[in-house]
Structure formats: C-alpha cells, structure tokens
Design a protein around this ligand. Structure first.
Ligand code: ZN
Length: 362
C-alpha cells in the first residue's frame, strides 16, 4: 500500500462459484503452502496460476539469472530484466499479481542437505526445472518426507507429467526410471530446442493438477504418466506401477550418494583462479558451444560423451571439468570418481554460471 491507495482485496469469485471449490475450498487454498522448483518455462505459468488462485504461501527456488534465450518461453519476464536473478523477478511479478499472498525466495540450487527440511515445510511441490537430476533429488526427498510432487518435462514439441502421491502409494521416479540417466545423452531445451508454448502447456497442467490436489477435486492423477504431444494434439494417460524395490531405501541411498557427490563440485570467481589453484581445465562442451562462447583460458577439449574413453588421462593432477551449466561436468566427474579418479571436480554452475557470477560454493 503506497500513497494511500486502497488496500487490495482479492476477488476469487470466478473460482469459488464452482460448486467443488466454494468458500471452503478458497480457505483451503489460502492456508496452503506450495513450493515451485524452477522459475523457467514450466514454473512461469505454474506460478501465475497458483498466485492468481490465492495459494497462501508460495516458495520459489531458482539460482539462474535471466538470459535473452529464455524470453520466448518464460512468460513472467521482460527484455529489460536480462541479467537479473529469476527468483527475485518471479517473486516480484507474482506479488504484484496477488499482494494478498506470501512469497518466499530460495536463490540457490537445492542440495541433498537442505531439500528434506525444505520439503517438510510445504504441502505440495511442483518440480519445474526440466533437469533430470533435480527430478531424482525431488523424488527422493518426497519419498522421505511423504510430500506429493507434480513432475513435468518437455522435449521439443512434447511433454510429460506425473504425480508422486504418497497417500496413494504411487510410483517414485526410481520406480519408473531406475537408472539416473547421463545428462549428456538427454535432450534439453538448450540442446534440442523447444517451442515456447510447450512448457507453457505443461506448466499450466501442473498448476491445474496442483489445484485439484489442494482442493481435493475429482480426477486427480494417481498411478499414471500423462504424455502430451502438441504436434498431433494427442494426450495419453499411461498406467504406472511401483517397482519391486523399497522406495524409501532407494531414496535414502540416492540422497546419500548425492551428498557425497556434492563434495565434488567446485566454485571459482574465474577460470584463472582455478588454474592458480592448481586445476587442469577440461572443456566438455560441443564444438559449436565452444565456438559460440569460448573459455577465457586454454583448456583441454574432450566432449562429454567421450570422457570415459579418455578416463586414463585423469590419473594425475587435479582436474576441473567444465560444461555450460554444470550438469554434464558433474555427471562426468561422478562417473570418473566411480572408476577411482578421485581428483576430478566439476565447475559448479558451469561456464555460463561463472560468467553470470551465480556460481556459489556449495
Ligand atoms: Zn520407487
């Protein structure tokens, strides 16, 4: 409230008019705490609809700054915002949309240490990072805390969504995909491309599913995977099944492996600082990425897909693996450590993160 402007009074009449919502449903939304992980293409629409619906407390997790290449799909932001931390920009926008709600910002990537207590303080989580490693981490934390998570991902013109619901004993990520995949083998928006509205549709579906869960509306997703193909406009529901494993034991193993892996990430203010600290640099990016954005200092070049073929190179000295955002380098460092190369580290946040100054020491 500034300059004596009248206090904002939210008007939820368009949704409370629904028989299944009503004033009780609205009160339930106001009392709800929802955590949205990732304020990108999926998170932007999800945040807008949750804030508009009057979800009383929204937490936003994002450690990136806005890049020009985000703008075609990340609808909360403006060109003038480039270079700003997305979590702050997103919070400002949804606070402006609904001043009646409470918004919390978490500006660092979640770790195995901090995710469990964070999940414990929310009712529902939306996983909107489109990052496979984040999805496994969230699944493990959800299994341990018994909190529901709505997952979504996109690939070019397609997307998928599923919900982990502890109340329904549904499949965890490790039930559906037991092996964490190599990020180098996966598509991402950066590498494969994506049409802007595709994450828009999937993020909107996540928000819709979140409202159904919070309001206990009919038709909530349970043991199903929803596949959306926006080329032929087909939406399919596929039954999922629990694996023959103990989800809790798998989740504990996953979190503990993650904790030890987190120690393999390193942050530096610059690559020169890493060289001065005695690290040999290895650039894992593809040729076109290197041409578009070369490192500031010379580095050995081994594309991420070929790292294990060159494992013997890592026998001596201290190595710092570098990719664009730190996912491929972290995965490669983990695999090399499994083979006994203990002096291999991954640049946290990658070369893009370092240039943006967002890489923080974990
Ligand atoms: Zn499981």
């Amino acid at each position: 409230m500034t300059n004596g402007a009248p206090a904002f009074v939210p008007d939820y009449s368009r949704q409370t008019r629904l028989a299944a919502v009503g004033p009780e449903g609205q009160a339930r939304l106001s009392a709800s705490r929802v955590l949205v992980i990732g304020a990108g293409g999926l998170g932007c629409p999800a945040l807008v609809y949750l804030a508009g619906a009057g979800v009383g407390h929204i937490g936003i997790v994002d450690s990136d700054v806005l890049e020009a290449s985000n703008l075609h799909r990340q609808t909360l932001y403006d060109a003038a915002d480039i270079g700003q931390p997305k979590v702050q920009l997103a919070a400002r926008r949804i606070r402006a949309l609904n001043p009646d709600i409470d918004v919390a910002c978490i500006d660092h990537a979640l770790t195995a240490e901090d995710i469990v207590p964070l999940f414990a303080s929310y009712d529902l989580i939306l996983e909107c990072t489109d990052d496979m490693r984040s999805r496994y981490l969230c699944s493990d934390a959800a299994v341990i805390t018994g909190k529901p998570v709505i997952f979504a991902s996109v690939y070019q013109y397609e997307g998928q969504m599923h919900t982990y619901r502890p109340d329904q004993n549904t499949a965890c990520m490790r039930c559906l995909w037991p092996q964490e995949p190599d990020p180098a083998q996966l598509g991402s928006c950066e590498i494969s491309g994506v049409l802007g509205p595709v994450p828009g549709v999937l993020g909107t579906l996540q928000a819709n599913e979140a409202l159904k869960l919070l309001l206990d509306l009919p038709g909530k997703l349970g043991s199903e995977l929803v596949l959306v193909d926006l080329t032929d406009m087909e939406m399919r529901r596929i039954r999922t099944r629990r694996a023959a494993h103990d989800c809790r034991a798998e989740a504990e193993l996953g979190l503990s492996a993650r904790r030890s892996n987190e120690a393999l990430e390193r942050s530096f203010p610059s690559l020169q600082a890493a060289v001065l600290a005695g690290y040999q640099l290895v650039d894992l990016r593809e040729r076109d990425e290197i041409d578009a954005d070369p490192l500031e200092v010379p580095a050995l070049w081994i594309p991420s897909g070929a790292v294990l073929d060159h494992a013997a190179s890592f026998a001596n000295s201290r190595w710092l693996l570098i990719c664009a955002h730190g996912a491929r380098s972290r995965y490669a460092a983990e695999r090399l450590r499994e083979r006994g190369y203990a002096n291999v580290h991954s640049l946290h946040g990658g070369w893009v993160g370092m240039q943006m100054g967002v890489a923080t020491t974990p």
